[in-house]
Design a protein around this ligand. Structure first.
Ligand SMILES: [Zn+2]
Length: 251
């Protein structure tokens, strides 16, 4: 009996060695919008890193624009951009789980000390539904599918693939900020009734058609790459506490 007990103890000890450290205290991944307040307020996270993990040939076009949009909305003393070429260990189309797995394998915690890190992945290939240009998959992770973005370029290059990528990138950033109504209820009526989590204003980057490949058919003229007044009012309300936020993994 004593020998069996000792054997079990040894097995448990070796298991806890395998899963020690990171896995046992693994950070919660949350849902898009789950780190909105961590960005919008400065009580803990005074700096931010935007980390772009991309496959060779898939360099992001909108990194400076994303930094600029965050500067406008979030209370941070510094926002740094980091770009890394990576090899995603993946073949075939991508599911949301695939995106999450690669981000957490290759990247590190979203919250470290006073730094908040958001990840933008640019893989080759398409999402499992190939009309999808971008996805936000948890509180700190977005993927943009540049092969699909290239296909979404409009007739005669209007909108251009670059314009589409800029809009989609800011749109997914907006989801990490909790837009529209992902982690709060807006006092303004601007959520599209048939496309939850999106704006009904085609002048907002959060317009529902932005992340879909037929975006060129829905919007004539320039694609929006900015939040509209209602989006901004929601973000201001979350920041100053006049709109209450739910499902925050940090607050
Ligand atoms: Zn969306």
């Amino acid at each position: 009996m004593k020998a069996i007990f000792l054997a079990i103890t040894l097995v448990l000890a070796s298991l806890s060695g395998c899963f020690g450290g990171g896995d046992l205290i693994q950070e919660k991944k949350g849902n898009p919008g789950g780190l909105a307040l961590a960005c919008l307020q400065d009580s803990q996270f005074t700096s931010m890193e935007l980390i772009f993990l991309y496959e060779e040939g898939y360099e992001p076009e909108a990194s400076d624009l994303l930094k600029q949009r965050l500067d406008q909305e979030c209370d941070k003393s510094t926002i740094r951009i980091r770009k890394e070429i990576v090899d995603f260990d993946h073949s075939g189309s991508w599911s949301s789980d695939d995106v999450r797995d690669q981000r957490w394998d290759l990247g590190s915690d979203a919250m470290q000390g006073n730094t908040l890190r958001w990840y933008f992945l640019f893989p080759s290939g398409t999402y499992e539904k190939d009309s999808v240009l971008g996805v936000a998959v948890d509180a700190s992770t977005v993927a943009i599918f540049k092969d699909s973005v290239a296909d979404a370029e409009g007739f005669l290059g209007r909108p251009s693939a670059e314009e589409v990528e800029r809009s989609v990138s800011v749109h997914e950033l907006g989801h990490l900020l909790g837009l529209v109504n992902l982690v709060y209820t807006s006092p303004r009526d601007h959520e599209d009734s048939e496309n939850k989590g999106h704006s009904n204003n085609d002048g907002s980057v959060m317009y529902w058609a932005i992340e879909s490949s037929d975006v060129g058919n829905f919007i004539s003229g320039d694609l929006p790459d900015e939040f509209d007044e209602d989006d901004k009012a929601d973000l201001n309300g979350l920041a100053d506490g006049s709109i209450s936020a739910k499902d925050q993994i940090w607050s």
